[in-house]
Design a protein around this ligand. Structure first.
Ligand code: MG
Length: 264
């Protein structure tokens, strides 16, 4: 791949392994084959609507042999960040979905929060709720975003994600918003630690050029874009930085890693 020996694969989940929790053709056998070859792995997802345990169950139902401990979600990363940066803080979470289990140890409140957390976009992102986020920011309450993805793909078409709201909220609230999940480096580095590898030994596989692939390359990983999920040729054509590799789907990954001659 980009020069060094690849010893681990960091997988995005949605649009790479599954779409609307249905497996993509050949994905589960590719993931299994790479594990049998001894490659280390982790699964980094911007999903904020389900807990790590629920995602593990969904993936197992879809035919993937993946342990919950191998899954790193934006929700889990954000909870770790809040416990470290704002210990004991009262936290208001605006999020689509209930992931209370992954937010254990945080004091979740509706009124007078010390920190505002902007989770995954959905029907909770009403005009009133987003206005309240901006107002709290103007009052000096720090804002944290679980992730900064712009879109995700569903069976029913594309959906606008949290990252699409952040520039406007930051301007209206007159403050920076700290992003924790992809495309921020935090999750990529956490996953490298989890795998016990240097970023240069890892290939990041995703369907989002910016949030997955180029963000992985920015921390020193190899980046591999798949033409599934939310992949759009126009986004790739317009990019000023190229991914290290582009393949039709994750099903082709075992072949790519064996022909590049540098797998473990
Ligand atoms: Mg994806």
């Amino acid at each position: 791949m980009s020069g060094g020996e690849i010893r681990g694969v960091l997988y995005d989940i949605d649009g790479v392994l599954v779409t609307s929790w249905r497996p993509l053709d050949g994905a589960s056998s590719a993931v299994r084959e790479l594990r049998e070859r001894g490659l280390r792995r982790a699964f980094l997802t911007n999903t904020t609507s389900r807990t790590c345990a629920e995602i593990g169950e969904r993936l197992q139902t879809a035919g993937f042999e993946i342990d919950t401990g191998e899954i790193v979600t934006a929700g889990r990363l954000t909870a770790e960040f809040l416990r470290r940066r704002y210990p004991g803080a009262r936290v208001w979470v605006l999020n689509h979905g209930d992931i209370a289990e992954d937010l254990a140890g945080l004091e979740l409140v509706e009124d007078r929060p010390d920190v505002v957390v902007i989770g995954g976009a959905g029907t909770e992102f009403t005009h009133r709720a987003l206005s309240r986020v901006a107002e709290l920011m103007l009052d000096g309450v720090p804002a944290v975003a679980m992730q900064g993805g712009l879109t995700w793909a569903t069976d029913d078409g594309l959906r606008i994600d949290t990252g699409a709201y952040l520039p406007g909220l930051s301007a209206a609230g007159n403050a920076e918003i700290e992003v924790i999940g992809k495309p921020a480096p935090t999750g990529f580095r956490t996953c490298a630690q989890l795998m016990g590898l240097e970023p240069s030994e890892i290939v990041m596989v995703g369907d989002d050029l910016h949030s997955d692939v180029l963000a992985g390359q920015a921390v020193g990983m190899s980046g591999l874009l798949v033409r599934t999920g939310k992949f759009r040729p126009g986004v790739l054509a317009a990019a000023t930085t190229a991914p290290d590799h582009v393949i039709d789907s994750v099903a082709v990954l075992p072949e790519l890693l064996s022909t590049s001659g540098d797998t473990a």
